[in-house]
Write a protein that binds this ligand. Structure first.
Ligand SMILES: [Mn+2]
Length: 198
C-alpha cells in the first residue's frame, strides 16, 4: 500500500463548480453542500455507509437543469476516490451485496478493476424524486463508474417506493465501496491482479 488514501478534488466548468475531499480510511463523517437537498441526502448515504469521509461544496446551473450538477458530482467524487487509492495494493477489490430497504431489494456487484463500466438495471416508477428528474440518477452512477474506474452493476430486484429504490442504490454502492477498498493487512503490498497493475 503506497499510502495517500486521501484526495482533494476541484472541478470548475462553465456549468458547475465542485470541491470535494475524500478520506478512504475515515469514519463516514461528512459535510455536504449542494444546491439540491435530495442529492445531499444521497451523498450522505454514500459517506456514512462506505465509511469514507466526504466533504462536498458545489454550486451549479441548477436553474437550467440539475443534470450537469449531478453528473459532475458523480465524476468529481469518483475521481477523488480513484486518485486516493493510488496503485490499489492490498485492497479487497471485489464486493457484492443485496440490500433491503423496507419493501425494496437492490443488489450491487463492484470490481475496482481499472475498467469503467456501469450496468444499470433500475426502473424508477416516478418521473421525479426529491424534485430531481429520475433519469439523472443513472448519469450520476455512470459518471462515478467512469472516473472511479470501477465496474459497477446495480440491479433493483423489486420495490414500489421510488425514494426507497434510489436510496437503496446509493446505500448498496456505499457498502460495496466499503468492502472493496478495505485493505487486507497481510496483503497490504500486493496488487490484487495477475497483471500486477490495476
Ligand atoms: Mn431517505
Amino acid at each position: 500500500m503506497n499510502k495517500q488514501r486521501k484526495y482533494e478534488n476541484f472541478r470548475k466548468t462553465s456549468e458547475t463548480e465542485i470541491y470535494c475531499k475524500v478520506n478512504i480510511d475515515g469514519k463516514g463523517q461528512n459535510k455536504i453542500s449542494t444546491p439540491i437537498p435530495f442529492i445531499d441526502h444521497m451523498l450522505e448515504q454514500i459517506s456514512k455507509h462506505s465509511y469514507i469521509d466526504l466533504e462536498v461544496k458545489c454550486s451549479g446551473d441548477v436553474e437550467i437543469d440539475a443534470h450537469h450538477t449531478v453528473e459532475d458530482l458523480g465524476w468529481c467524487i469518483g475521481e477523488a476516490i480513484n486518485n486516493a487509492l493510488l496503485d490499489k495494493a492490498g485492497i479487497n477489490r471485489f464486493a457484492s451485496l443485496s440490500l433491503p430497504m423496507d419493501e425494496t431489494l437492490t443488489s450491487c456487484s463492484l470490481d475496482v478493476s481499472g475498467r469503467p463500466w456501469l450496468e444499470w438495471k433500475v426502473v424508477l416508477p416516478n418521473e421525479k424524486i426529491g424534485g430531481v428528474d429520475s433519469e439523472i440518477f443513472q448519469e450520476f452512477f455512470r459518471a462515478f463508474a467512469q472516473s472511479a474506474k470501477m465496474t459497477i452493476h446495480i440491479e433493483n430486484k423489486y420495490g414500489n417506493n421510488a425514494h426507497h429504490i434510489i436510496e437503496s442504490c446509493f446505500k448498496v454502492l456505499a457498502i460495496c465501496l466499503r468492502n472493496s477498498v478495505y485493505v487486507i493487512p497481510k496483503n497490504k503490498d500486493i496488487i490484487p491482479s495477475t497483471k500486477g497493475v490495476i
